[in-house]
Design a protein around this ligand. Structure first.
Ligand code: 13P
Ligand code: SF4
Length: 324
C-alpha cells in the first residue's frame, strides 16, 4: 500500500522514477559521493570519492549539476563551473573539518608562517581554498606534498590526521591545522584490535582521516576509492572497514562473496555514519531537482582564488614525483 506524503512529494515508491524523469527534463547530471545512502548512489550518473567527483565536475557539460554530497563538494563543482547551475539537496550538509577552519582564523594562521606553502585538504570552504596555494584530496595528498620543492616549509589543514599520515609517508615536516573528522576520529583503536584478534584472517582497511593509533594497525590505508579497489583486488576474504558506512554498499556489489565488518567505535556508537552526508534524502533530492534549489553561489573573487588552488591540485597531482 503506497504511503502518502505531505504536499505534492510523490510516495517513496515513486521517488526514484520521478527523480530520473526530472533529471532527464532538466538535462541534469547527478554526482554522488560514496557516503550517500545506497538509494541515492543507485541514481547517480557519476559516483566517486572527492577527487573523482571534482574531475567529473570539471568534465561535465550538463547545464545543471546536482551534487549529492556535502557543501564543500558542491562548492567545488561551482568553482569549476561558474556558468552552470549547481544545486545541493540540503544546504546544511556540512563537514566537521570545514567547520573547524573559518577563513579568518586560517588567514591569521598562514600569516604566522611567511614563506610556507599552504596545502588545503579539499574538505574546507571555498574561502579557505582561495587563501591556499594548492588543494589536495585523500587520493593525491601524498603525491602533491612530494611534489613541493624540497626545503620549503609546508602548512597543512584542516585535517591533522591526514596531515600526520602524509608527513609519515613523505618524510616532510608539516605544520598542521588542528582539525579532525567527527566520523573517522571516533573509531576505537581498542575495539578494532579486539575485532582483529577475533578475526585474525581479516585485513584492516582504513581511511587516512583515522587517528595514528588506529592507522598503525591497518593493513591498507587509502581514499574511499582506494579502499573499494583493495577489497576487490586483495586475496583476503574478510575486511574490517574503517571509514563511513556508505562505501559498504559498493564494496558488497564489487566483492559479493567477501565478509565486511564495519570498524567499531567506543561503546557501540554508530560513529561510522556521517551525519552531514546523511542529511541528503530522496525527498530532498526530488525537491531540489523540481525547484532547482537550493543553489550554490560564490563571490567571483573567492571563486577565482579557489579555482587557482584547485587547478594547481590537478597539475601537481599529475606531475612526476619530485626527485629530492
Ligand atoms: P574521499 O576523498 O575518500 O572521498 O574522502 C572524503 C571525505 O569526506 C572522507 O570523510
Ligand atoms: Fe566531513 Fe568526516 Fe563527513 Fe567526510 S565523513 S564529510 S570528513 S564529517
Amino acid at each position: 500500500m503506497p504511503v502518502s506524503q505531505p504536499g505534492d512529494i510523490p510516495s517513496p515508491y515513486r521517488l526514484p522514477d520521478e527523480i530520473r524523469r526530472l533529471k532527464r527534463e532538466r538535462g541534469a547530471v547527478l554526482l554522488a559521493h560514496y557516503y550517500q545512502d545506497s538509494e541515492i548512489q543507485e541514481l547517480a550518473d557519476e559516483l566517486g570519492d572527492s577527487l573523482q567527483l571534482s574531475q567529473a565536475a570539471a568534465r561535465t557539460e550538463a547545464p545543471v549539476i546536482v551534487f549529492a554530497g556535502v557543501h564543500f563538494m558542491a562548492e567545488v563543482a561551482k568553482i569549476l563551473n561558474p556558468d552552470r547551475l549547481v544545486v545541493l539537496p540540503d544546504l546544511e550538509a556540512g563537514c566537521s573539518l570545514a567547520d573547524s577552519c573559518p577563513a579568518d582564523a586560517f588567514r591569521a594562521w598562514r600569516a604566522r608562517y611567511p614563506g610556507h606553502v599552504a596545502v588545503s585538504y579539499i574538505n574546507c570552504s571555498a574561502e579557505v581554498k582561495a587563501l591556499s596555494d594548492v588543494v589536495c584530496t585523500s587520493s593525491n595528498a601524498e603525491t602533491i606534498v612530494q611534489n613541493l620543492p624540497p626545503g620549503r616549509g609546508i602548512l597543512f589543514g584542516p585535517d591533522r590526521h591526514l596531515g600526520a599520515w602524509v608527513a609519515r609517508r613523505t618524510g616532510r615536516d608539516l605544520v598542521l591545522w588542528d582539525g579532525a573528522c567527527v566520523v573517522h576520529e571516533q573509531f576505537s583503536e581498542r575495539e578494532v584490535v579486539k575485532l582483529k584478534v577475533r578475526h585474525p584472517e581479516a585485513e584492516l582497511v582504513a581511511h587516512p582521516e583515522c587517528g595514528a593509533g588506529l592507522l598503525a594497525h591497518a593493513d591498507f590505508v587509502g581514499s574511499t576509492t582506494a579502499l573499494l579497489r583493495r577489497v576487490q583486488e586483495s586475496p583476503a576474504r574478510t575486511f574490517i572497514v574503517a571509514t563511513e558506512e556508505g562505501i559498504l554498499h559498493q564494496m558488497r556489489k564489487a566483492a559479493p562473496g567477501k565478509t565486511l565488518l564495519a570498524a567499531p567505535g567506543s561503546e557501540g556508537c554508530a560513529c561510522n555514519v556521517c551525519p552531514h552526508m546523511k542529511r541528503n534524502t530522496l525527498e530532498k533530492l526530488y525537491l531540489c531537482l523540481r525547484d532547482l534549489s537550493p543553489r550554490i553561489e560564490l563571490p567571483e573573487p573567492v571563486r577565482l582564488g579557489a579555482h587557482a588552488a584547485l587547478e594547481r591540485m590537478f597539475e601537481l597531482g599529475r606531475a612526476q614525483v619530485h626527485a629530492a
